[in-house]
Design a protein around this ligand. Sequence first.
Ligand code: HEM
Length: 537
Amino acid sequence: MGSVPTISEQAYSLGQANTIYYYAFRAVCTFILFSLGVLLLRKHKKSNVETLSVSNKRLPGPGHHIFGGIANMLALSNTKIFLKVMESWCSKYGPVFEGVLGTKRVIMINSPEYVQKLLGSKDSNYFDKGFIYEPFKPFWNDGLIISTGAKWKHRRKLLDKHIFSFRTLTSNMQIFNDEADRLVDSLRGTNCETGVKISHLLKTATLNAIIKATSGKLVAELEPEDAGKISFTEMVDMAKPLITKRMTNPWLLIEPIWQMHPLSKVQKFISKMASVQIRKAIDESEENNKVSLKQDLLAEGVPVEGILEETVTLLSAGYETTEGALQFLLFLLALHPNHQELCREEIDSLPGNGDDNIDYRDLNKLKYLEMCINETLRLFPVVFFIMRKLKAPLRLGNPFVKHLFNFIKLLISKMISLLFLEDDLELSAGTEVAIFMPGIHKNPEIYPNPNEFIPERFSQEEIQRRHKFSFIPFSAGPRKCIGYKFAIMEMMCLTAKLLRHFVISTMDKMEDIIVLPHVTLTLEKPINFIFEKRNII
Ligand code: HEM
């Protein structure tokens, strides 16, 4: 039995308890007073300084001197190193910085949190597309990529319903299988010594898929009859460097100057030819009752001109992007035979459907292949740059609080930053804001060893660990790529059949390839692949 505490011992322990309460009480009071002080100070600062919007405040960034606009343009003018220069700016200047291109001021946002603020809002009315979309207008007019507001909303709903619904997408599997079979046939017997360049085959396959899905036709049926005319793929190949030239030389965006430039004639020729060919595709699709976007949209009250602009947009946005992504995927699988083999094991273990066809349900079982596709799009986000022009202010918040994880740390840091650092950052209406996808996709804090091909980064557990806007090859939010499921299904089906029939290798090396920023990431020279036939039963 313990001894009973004496009166003095009882008083001492009571005093000790009181001391603890006293210090706790004092800490709480100090905290409250400190908070009140900070709030008062902030209120005072606010009443004096309004908002610290970007219009009256310079952010860090390259070329902060009188010739900065020209210096930046010169730094980006060599297309062979454009991507490297942009990547180095992103890692040097961090989550938000500003660049001047000629006379145009652009705010680059470069963190998942900020991207979410810009793209995540459900309100699609608070931005327009930025100035870099100007050179596309002669080709796409006011189609889905360019249009905004009520028109965009209505058209997006219609295209979602008629082209990208679950039912239509799954019925496209036959189109993807047919294209995959054509590809496999063309590659049988290709030279295993010297290799083969497959860019044109992939372009035909992906263009066929989107034309078939919208008009029921194949590219070959739409090719021009006269020898003097050029094909759709040739037109896109011609248009890309032309658009890039205008984007990287902002004075060429000034219409009277552009009209004097010799390339403006080429642009007129291409856009006229493209519209003739697409009109042909649309008109002839009427004869085919099974698939006709024209009939569907006419029934919804869309005028013929509207159908033309949406079809041109879908065709040009849908084929060349997927082709580029496929070429990068096959290259990465050729460079990493172990990953290729893991994909093949999955494909070989699919239940046979009585034929060589791949069913949409099979795609759900090709988890590793999907991870390889995602990792490819992380390393090579073919659409690498997007822009918005704000119609209303956008509050980004304070860049200094983004890395803090728990509430206390966040609160303390917020108070410190309010006292000593910066106000919340607000981009004013009219600001041109851009996102350079590799800036986020190659941030080592988000993706360690960012230049390595590690498909396991896209396991479910790893995805859960990251911010959901840290992977944005298809953009995000309400204006996310409308065709992303179409693209993924098509890439999976084509690659699965290629891997089923061939072992793919290449003599090319990652260090040797040059990627150009020609609207989409474009290989300067196509890859040389070797397709070695497998003995399959
Ligand atoms: C790997 C393939 C693809 C990639 C990486 C890709 C990427 C993107 C990106 C980043 C955007 C946003 C552009 C912006 O905001 O300026 C976009 C929009 C769009 N994409 Fe794709 N895309 C791909 C395939 C496709 C396909 C297959 C189609 C059509 C079948 C398509 C049609 C569109 C359209 C119409 C938009 C505009 C959507 C809107 O603003 O509502 N894309 N795509």
